[in-house]
Structure formats: C-alpha cells, structure tokens
Design a protein around this ligand. Structure first.
Ligand code: HEC
Length: 115
C-alpha cells in the first residue's frame, strides 16, 4: 500500500505521470496515515517478520526515526495541498531520507520493494 502511493507520488514529481493535485493530496495523505500505523506493531519482544533484530537493541534511534517520519509525512501531506512542483520535489527528497536511513539500518536487506 505505502509503496504504491510512494510510487505514484514519485512518478508525478518526476514528471513521469501528469501532475494532478487532487491525486497528490490523496496519496500523500494516505502515506501519512499508513506510516502512522505500523509503529504500534513493533513492541519490544515482537522480533521476527522482516525487521532486523537490532530494532530491539537500539530502540531509542528507532523511536526517534519513527517519530520523525510521522512528522515529515504529515508536513508533506499539508504541503501537497498548496506548494508548487519544485518545492514539493525538494520536500519529497528530504522526506525519503529518513525512510532510507531507517530501512538501511533496520530492514532486512532482502526486501527491495518500496524505498
Ligand atoms: C523508523 C524506521 C523506519 C522508517 C522511518 C521507515 N520505515 Fe519502512 N520499514 C521499516 C522496517 C523495519 C520495515 C520491515 C518491517 C517488516 O516488514 O516486518 C519496513 C518496511 C517497509 C515497506 C515494506 C513493507 C511491505 O508492506 O512490503 C515499505 C513499502 C516501507 N517500509 C515504506 C516506508 C516509507 C515510504 C517510509 C518513509 C516515508 C518508511 N518506510 C519509513 C522501518 C522504517
């Protein structure tokens, strides 16, 4: 779900799909809402899935990034309502930094979908 909407946002901002504000607002809003959900699913002791085990070792950093990504996706969804194409492109690149950092450190590298 998240990757579908991220892909759609990407295509639009890169000019590979027509720029459609209504779709952008919808997709950014969904990413914001979906990204807020999984953190409830990572309580200590729930090792396994596709997360690396060190999530549970370095919890403070994980918490910090999970809060940051939620703040960033909220801000991006707001921006999508009004900002021009160039500033959206820039904001999107910055938003993805935290996705990438956290995935590099914590996500099982066999997964390559999404970011
Ligand atoms: C705080 C850490 C962290 C941040 C920040 C983060 N992720 Fe993830 N993400 C994970 C972990 C860990 C997994 C693997 C969890 C699992 O599948 O069990 C994952 C998995 C995913 C997946 C694959 C899940 C699936 O359903 O196939 C997608 C897509 C994804 N993240 C998108 C994003 C996007 C987009 C962002 C930024 C807007 C983001 N993530 C930010 C930690 C993070």
């Amino acid at each position: 779900m998240i990757s579908i909407h991220m892909q759609r946002i990407n295509d639009m901002l890169r000019g590979e799909a027509p720029f459609d504000r209504a779709w952008l607002v919808r997709s950014t809003g969904l990413v914001r809402d979906l990204i807020a959900l999984p953190w409830e699913a990572f309580p200590p002791g729930s090792e396994g899935g596709n997360a690396k085990d060190d999530i549970w070792l370095d919890d403070a950093k994980f918490q910090e990034w999970s809060l940051k990504v939620q703040a960033d996706t909220r801000a991006f969804a707001e921006l999508a309502k009004t900002a021009d194409h160039a500033s959206l492109h820039e904001a999107h690149k910055q938003m993805r930094e935290v996705c990438r950092e956290c995935h590099l450190k914590y996500r099982n590298p066999e997964i390559t979908r999404g970011n």
